[in-house]
Ligand binder design. Structure first.
Ligand SMILES: [Cu+2]
Length: 145
């Protein structure tokens, strides 16, 4: 029940944001991609932040991201488990893709300000059809070492 509520909230915020930002509604996602449990753990001092989440593509077409942006970082890279930069992120039709520690992740580079635990941070993912997907992350406590 809580998960359903969260999803509704994200969709509502998405539409409101799209409206405010003047994003072309025809390029909006219309719920074909679910964003589950997106989080950014606090990093140890001097370490870069990373973003994790699970994508669920409920549409019958693959979604290929090639860019992620956020007002909080200068750039966001898609990295594989060995910190190698990937040019794209493919989420096959009717399937899920999880970005998690020790695997594919988003590398958040060049922070423009400090972040704090419990904060919500927005990111925009851009796919090859130039469609924008809004991702909402929550900042969590630093992962145990
Ligand atoms: Cu990395």
């Amino acid at each position: 029940m809580i998960k359903k509520l969260t999803l509704v909230l994200i969709l509502f915020t998405h539409n409101a944001y799209a409206f405010m930002a003047g994003i072309d509604e025809r390029r909006d996602t219309h719920g074909e991609l679910e964003i589950i449990g997106a989080y950014i753990p606090m990093a140890a001092s001097g370490m870069m932040n990373t973003g994790y989440l699970k994508f669920k593509n409920v549409s019958d077409q693959k979604i290929i991201f090639h860019q992620f942006t956020s007002p909080v970082w200068d750039s966001i890279e898609i990295h594989n488990a060995k910190m190698g930069k990937m040019s794209k992120l493919v989420i096959l039709e009717k399937s899920t893709l999880e970005l998690k520690p020790g695997s594919v992740h988003l590398m958040l580079i060049g922070p423009r300000r400090d972040i704090k635990e419990g904060e919500e941070i927005l990111m925009i993912g851009l796919d090859y059809n130039e469609r924008r997907y809004m991702l909402k992350f929550i900042v969590t406590e630093e992962a145990a070492h």
